[in-house]
Ligand binder design. Structure first.
Ligand SMILES: *Cc1c(COP(=O)(O)O)cnc(C)c1O
Length: 486
């Protein structure tokens, strides 16, 4: 503000009369350059909104003359335009210690999957075109053969997510024209997955009549048998993926249930949730039931997720008998739940990785992170610690410690993954809660937000998912400035 005495300018309040018109603001050199680049529509719209906001502030006596100066408003306007154009969806640095984090986008896609998506989305493709005959094809055929090879199923189909797969299975097999609407399920398996996905509600949405059998902790074969009748559409088994019942418990396995169902011509459906396609025990991870085992046990349909342990895109996979999958595929709801070409390409590429299981821990990020050697995680923590300590000093201290992570927030809740991380603690013991909130907020407001977790008066940063610390280290000067100003 050349020629003006700053203190005088700061001291006097601006009124609405001090504000320029939209046109005048748009003629400012920097704004005109912005219009040339981004177009008149966006910039003039933001100029109007900015001046409206500033007018309200001047009426409340909140603004100084400097704040309504043309140069200041031009700078504010450019910031507004940039902010409006900035993506809302952005990558974050997951230091929560949970590898498959439902709120942070779940599984990370493999390079092969990313490249296949990019290649397939850049032009037309044979999504529903049979290149052998030149006739219309079926998009399921992109992944059906792979799924059958990997699980031993006769047939397979895919939808948008596993919730849709469960809903569709029930709706198709217990549909009105079958005359059979009852779905038998154990009281020990009436799960809530999160959000509005609760088994009783899903049954109701699918138009089925739920028939609960057994008790919360114990269900026996005779419980199922007593409930089976000519109205039974299917028997449903649900893998309790986000909780465990311990102690005096009994459940009927798919292998024991299948003969009871088949003797009466009733299909058996199993919702596996996570559905790893390989035995995780070979890498020292907790064992999850496999779709191929469920099919061998006699299930007619097995459903599982694409973006949990499988490590692919959001998808609901259904494998099973030709008859049951055929009915599901022909059910009208399938068309409404069908997968789009974008995740379908990612799913195909991800499934192909499973043809080479020995390479999975390199090729599949989810498995790579789950099997990451502790020494590696510790080395990352050590590499980050000094720079982090410098960035948050003198308000916070940083120490390295052993942590217990999780495989997924919605799957395998009980098992813990030994890990290493950094704990940040406020030096001033008064107002610890506020100091930790300020730190967590500062980390979240970085250009690539950093997400940790708070426990026992410390902010914990688990280093398992930090494979290359560069993007974190690069942001430490910004973090330091943010902490100092808070
Ligand atoms: C996660 C889960 C679902 C839902 O799968 P989405 O792919 O998230 O839709 C359904 N059933 C079980 C048992 C699950 O664990």
């Amino acid at each position: 503000m050349s020629g003006l005495n700053e203190s005088v300018v700061h001291g006097s309040k601006a009124t609405a009369k001090n504000l320029p018109s939209v046109d005048k603001l748009l003629r400012h050199a920097a704004v005109a350059a912005c219009v040339a680049e981004q177009g008149h529509t966006l910039v003039s719209q933001e100029a109007r909104l900015l001046l409206d906001a500033r007018r309200a502030q001047t009426l409340a006596g909140e603004l100084s003359l400097t704040e309504v100066a043309l140069d200041t408003l031009a700078t504010d306007l450019q910031a507004r335009v940039a902010q409006r154009l900035a993506p809302r969806l952005k990558t974050v640095i997951n230091l929560t210690g949970t590898v498959i984090h439902t709120n942070l986008g779940r599984a990370l896609l493999a390079d092969e999957a990313l490249q296949h998506v990019l290649a397939m989305m850049s032009g037309p493709n044979n999504l529903e075109y049979d290149l052998a005959t030149g006739q219309r094809g079926d998009r399921d055929s992109v992944v059906e053969e792979l799924l059958c090879t990997l699980t031993g199923a006769e047939a397979a189909t895919v939808v948008n997510n596993n919730a849709a797969a469960v809903l569709l299975s029930i709706a198709a097999l217990a549909s009105e024209h079958t005359g059979r609407r009852e779905v038998i399920v154990s009281r020990g398996e009436l799960v809530e997955i999160g959000g509005a996905f609760r088994m009783p509600d899903v049954m109701a949405s699918a138009g089925a009549t739920m028939v609960e059998v057994g008790t919360t902790n114990r269900t026996h074969p005779a419980d199922y048998e007593r409930a089976m009748n000519e109205r039974t559409a299917l028997v449903m088994k649900v893998h309790t993926s986000n909780y465990q019942v311990q102690g005096f418990t009994a459940a009927v396995s798919e292998a024991d249930l299948a003969p009871l169902c088949h003797a009466r011509g009733i299909p058996l459906v199993s919702d596996l949730g996570s559905g790893a396609l390989v035995d995780m025990a070979r890498w020292g991870l907790p064992r999850e039931p496999l779709p191929q085992e469920m099919l061998q046990a006699g299930c007619d349909v097995v459903t599982f997720s694409g973006d949990k342990l499988l490590g692919g895109p959001q998808a609901g996979l259904l494998v099973g008998s030709r008859k049951a999958i055929g009915r599901i595929r022909k059910f009208p709801m399938k068309r409404a739940l069908r997968m789009s070409k974008l995740p379908l390409a990612a799913l195909e590429a991800t499934l192909r990785l499973y043809l080479r299981p020995e390479r999975l821990t390199q090729d599949l990020p989810t498995l790579r992170l789950l099997t990451r050697p502790l020494a590696d995680i510790e080395a990352t923590a050590m590499a980050v610690q000094p720079a982090l300590a410098a960035a948050v000093a003198p308000r916070y201290t940083v120490r390295r410690l052993a942590l217990q992570g999780q495989i997924g927030s919605g799957s395998l809740p009980v098992e813990r993954l030994a890990s290493v991380g950094l704990a940040l603690a406020p030096v001033e013991r008064k107002g610890v809660g506020r100091a930790l909130d300020a730190l967590a907020t500062a980390l979240r407001s970085l250009p690539e937000p950093v997400i940790g977790r708070v426990a026992d008066d410390e902010l914990l940063l688990d280093c398992r998912c930090l494979e290359s610390p560069e993007s974190l280290l690069r942001q430490f000067s910004e973090l330091s400035a943010c902490i100092k100003s808070s």
